[in-house]
Write a protein that binds this ligand. Structure first.
Ligand code: AMP
Length: 307
């Protein structure tokens, strides 16, 4: 079952307590497509870059099975640029700079062969652009997953609320869930957000794992305690890529299967943070992923008797 990924393909400059990078390749859709490619090979990308973006990275995406017909390359323009600095605990960060550049006038065009996909992953992007993508689909996808961030809550909340009415699953982090709902308790926040449109909500809590809610149930996936964490950038997107890639692979969008999908998502995020940028996501093997998922299973498995 085919998967369409939409989001930024970008340059990032990152500062963490362990080092600093100049412009490196990033962008929500880059991480999503890379992470999803380990589960699913029929991926299309809709995004935009300037002619300053390295062809080498586009070749990597292509070689991993992502079709780039929906990627617009704007002559004489600059790619989206984001700079961020992480605090000492790596769970929170400040955005130092956001240069929209090509994103400012981005008009997404979904290629004909991607208008009937079963899975649509709307990565972090201008909410109005996310809507434009949905409106070009000629068949309602089986599952639409939306990711967003505080930046869009600050400057485009009304558009974001409209986008929320059009999707099935929302993935956001805990502070964004609090901002969107106005509730401190994540349980109350989830109740409110599930009334805004999505029937499933994933709240990502960085090194503290992720919560999966529908109206009746809640499920928790831990994050793996890792020895080496260098750069959390893209963890949320890698999570989303693993999540939707696994769902597309298994063709099952039940809540039970989403529980498994958030474990695969968490596994992909755990790889991303081990190196700066997208580096760690480029050369994984099926065995690496299997072993990592087993570590998650071992982490939470215990025998207990309630009598
Ligand atoms: P994450 O760490 O998973 O939240 O995502 C980090 C990625 O999001 C970076 O690679 C950035 O290029 C991208 N990004 C940062 N700000 C924005 C924004 N306002 N809109 C879209 N993508 C963004």
């Amino acid at each position: 079952m085919s998967l369409l990924v939409v989001g930024t393909v970008a340059f990032d400059a990152i500062e963490t307590p362990f080092g600093k990078t100049d412009k490196i390749v990033g962008g929500a859709a880059s991480y999503i497509a890379l992470a999803a490619s380990y589960f699913h090979k029929d991926i299309s990308l809709v995004s935009v870059v300037g002619d300053d973006f390295p062809q080498d990275f586009l070749n990597i995406l292509k070689n991993k099975g992502t079709k780039l017909d929906g990627l617009q390359i704007k002559k004489g323009e600059k790619s989206f640029f984001w700079a961020g600095k992480y605090h000492n605990d790596l769970n929170s960060r400040d955005t130092l700079e956001t240069q929209l550049n090509v994103l400012e006038k981005f008009d997404p065009i979904v290629p004909e062969n991607a208008k009937q996909v079963d899975f649509l992953m709307l990565g972090n992007l201008v909410p109005a652009v996310q809507q434009k993508v949905i409106s070009q689909m000629t068949k309602r996808p089986k599952l639409i997953v939306l990711d967003t961030m505080n930046f869009w809550m600050d400057i485009a909340l009304d558009d974001l609320k409209t986008t929320l009415t059009m999707v099935d699953v929302l993935t956001i982090n805990d502070s964004e869930a609090r901002q969107l709902s106005g509730e401190y308790s994540l349980v109350k926040a989830a109740q409110k957000i599930l009334k805004m449109g999505p029937s499933v909500l994933v709240i990502k809590k960085g090194e503290h794992g992720a919560l999966l809610f529908n109206k009746e149930e809640v499920f928790f996936a831990p994050a793996l305690p890792l020895e080496d964490v260098y750069d959390p950038t893209g963890a949320g997107d890698s999570f989303a890529g693993g999540f939707i890639g696994y769902l597309a692979k298994t063709k099952d969008v039940s809540f039970e299967n989403m529980k498994r999908a958030i474990i695969f998502g968490s596994a992909m995020a755990s790889f991303t943070v081990e190196k700066f940028g997208t580096e760690r996501l480029i050369d994984l093997s099926a065995n690496d992923i299997e072993e990592r998922v087993q570590e998650f299973v071992d982490l939470v498995q215990f025998d207990i008797s309630l009598v």
